[in-house]
Ligand binder design. Structure first.
Ligand SMILES: Cc1cc2nc3c(=O)[nH]c(=O)nc-3n(C[C@H](O)[C@H](O)[C@H](O)COP(=O)(O)OP(=O)(O)OC[C@H]3O[C@@H](n4cnc5c(N)ncnc54)[C@H](O)[C@@H]3O)c2cc1C
Ligand SMILES: NC(=O)c1ccc[n+]([C@@H]2O[C@H](COP(=O)([O-])OP(=O)(O)OC[C@H]3O[C@@H](n4cnc5c(N)ncnc54)[C@H](OP(=O)(O)O)[C@@H]3O)[C@@H](O)[C@H]2O)c1
Length: 448
């Protein structure tokens, strides 16, 4: 048997495990995750109101229930958990699929003022990630600025504008639902530093903003027209052209007479500073930019302030180094050649990488499937180099002997039952458990 450890049970980890068992009948895969719950950002990132995408968890479940795949949750790899070097002794090969857990920084004054959060933190809160900071995002907030115009920016903007009627049927944690129900946010500005034709969101996600009940959407046509492709989108590739067409349809505002909330899409504004008022963020100062003719922007030296008591910085995720694994600090990724980890520029047989920590934090769930396939192809091509190495026995026995008691599949299923039970007790469907204690109590109650 070829024994492989996959670190991370998000899409890239699950697709790696799937590809391995499909291509090699002699492989056994342990999928380790620091969380007691599987599926990575599909559980803890995809917005709760996107139930169809969330249901992809059912496909990933099939992988983790495969007879030659084992889920070992609650096992952090690195400091405080299992060192990478130990895993390399216990398995023939290790595949790092740890995603990109943190946010990119803006590097501007005021970024850390109270009331300024990364989208990563806000997403973690409404997704019930057990590491989340506690509530308080929406207290005293009437207007919000979302910096960035990617799909995560659209997600957090939409969540700020969604009503409780639409959110109650989701699995979002009860405290977040209550906070959103009590929200007094009536104005959300979503702000891009470049033009409408360079926005990173996809048209389906953009369009959805125009369908939110009791919410109007506005685009300033004069500001958008700084982008020549806004006035004449005919030469744009189809995805960008569709975005521009939707935005042009909203110029001047969507027809939502008497709407309680307004989403304003702003362009050519580069964040310069977060301004404090009363000890917390009160406004964002932006510099007006202009297109440089090559897809970039230049500053104009003119500034504008937008009032906001909440700022969500949605300018991309970032990979974090895993102790004992090479790391390219510039890109926030693990250096690799077709998924083979490079140590000091040369291939390290037996170590592989897939997903966001391999490619950087872009791409949808499906992108990780082909990415994982490439990695598995490399691993299986190399397997003759390491598959005959004697191992100390079943890695799970070794981990237990070292005091590590993973949450197994039964433990995860017990968490699912506890979430269904919690939902029923609240008159909702499934409701996620939001903290480590309740998750681990539910899992351990099942004998893990
Ligand atoms: C907010 C948000 C919303 C998104 N919504 C969509 C969407 O609607 N549709 C879509 O197609 N795509 C969406 N995406 C993109 C999609 O989620 C990613 O493409 C995908 O999750 C990347 O997969 P991954 O396995 O590389 O990383 P992740 O999904 O992040 O999985 C990494 C896993 O590794 C684990 N891990 C990390 N460090 C360690 C460690 N040291 N030890 C053990 N385990 C560890 C983590 O706990 C996690 O489970 C979204 C992304 C974000 C950020
Ligand atoms: N429903 C979905 O399918 C869905 C939902 C969520 C996420 N995702 C995917 O997940 C991935 C990550 O999404 P994301 O939104 O985090 O990243 P993203 O698509 O890379 O968007 C990041 C945004 O931040 C802006 N930005 C970066 N640095 C900035 C700075 N210093 N100042 C101002 N703006 C800055 C970027 O502008 P520039 O372009 O000018 O750099 C861009 O608008 C994407 O592939 C996305 O499609 C998909």
């Amino acid at each position: 048997m070829l024994r492989v450890a996959v670190i991370g049970s998000g899409p890239s980890g699950c697709y790696t495990a799937q590809s391995l068992v499909q291509q090699d009948p002699q492989v056994r895969v342990d999928v380790l995750d620091r969380l007691p719950c599987p599926y990575g950002l599909v559980r803890y990132g995809v917005a709760p109101d996107h139930e169809k995408i969330k249901s992809l968890q059912n496909n990933l479940r099939g992988v983790l229930e495969h007879e030659r795949v084992r889920f070992l949750g609650g096992v952090p790899v690195g400091p405080g958990g299992v060192p990478v070097a130990r895993l390399r002794e216990l398995y023939h090969a290790v595949v790092y699929c740890v995603g990109a857990a943190t946010d990119r920084r803006l590097g501007i004054p005021g970024e850390d003022l109270p009331g300024s959060w990364s989208a990563t933190e806000f997403v973690a809160w409404y997704s019930a990630h057990p590491d989340t900071v506690q509530d308080g995002f929406l207290r005293g907030v009437r207007s919000a600025v979302v910096i960035g115009v990617g799909n995560v920016a659209v997600d957090v903007t939409r969540m700020l504008a969604r009503g409780v009627t639409e959110l109650a049927p989701t699995d979002m944690p009860h405290a977040a639902l209550n906070a959103l129900a009590a929200s007094r946010v009536t104005l959300v500005h979503m702000v891009g530093r470049r033009g409408p034709s360079q926005a990173r969101f996809t048209t389906k996600e953009l369009r959805e903003l125009g369908t939110l009940p009791d919410t109007a959407v506005a685009v300033d046509p004069a500001e958008s027209a700084l982008d020549p492709a806004y006035t004449d989108p005919s030469a744009l590739p189809a995805p960008q052209r569709r975005n521009v067409e939707v935005l042009r349809g909203w110029a001047g505002g969507t027809a939502e007479p008497g709407a309680r909330r307004l989403i304003r899409l702003r362009f050519f504004l580069r964040p310069a500073e977060l301004i404090a008022r009363g000890g917390r963020v009160g406004a964002v100062r932006f510099e007006r930019t202009a297109p440089d003719g090559h897809g970039g922007i230049t500053g104009t030296g003119r500034f504008e302030e937008i009032e906001a008591q909440l700022v969500l910085r949605s300018v991309g995720y970032r990979g974090v180094p895993l102790e004992g694994v090479p790391f390219d600090a510039a890109g926030g990724t693990v250096p690799h050649l077709a998924g083979r980890v490079l140590r000091g520029g040369t291939v390290a047989p037996g170590e592989y990488v897939a997903g966001w920590i391999k490619r950087g934090p872009t791409g949808v769930i499906g992108t990780n499937r082909s990415c994982a396939k490439e990695t598995v192809t490399s691993l299986l091509q190399d397997a003759a180099l390491f598959r005959d190495r004697d191992l100390p026995g079943d890695p799970l026995t070794a981990l237990r002997a070292e005091g590590i008691e993973p949450v197994g599949w039964k433990g995860w299923q017990a968490i699912e039952r506890a979430e269904a039970h919690l939902g029923a007790s609240l008159g909702r469907s499934t409701v996620k458990l939001p903290d480590w204690d309740t998750l681990l109590a539910a899992a351990r109650g099942a004998g893990a």
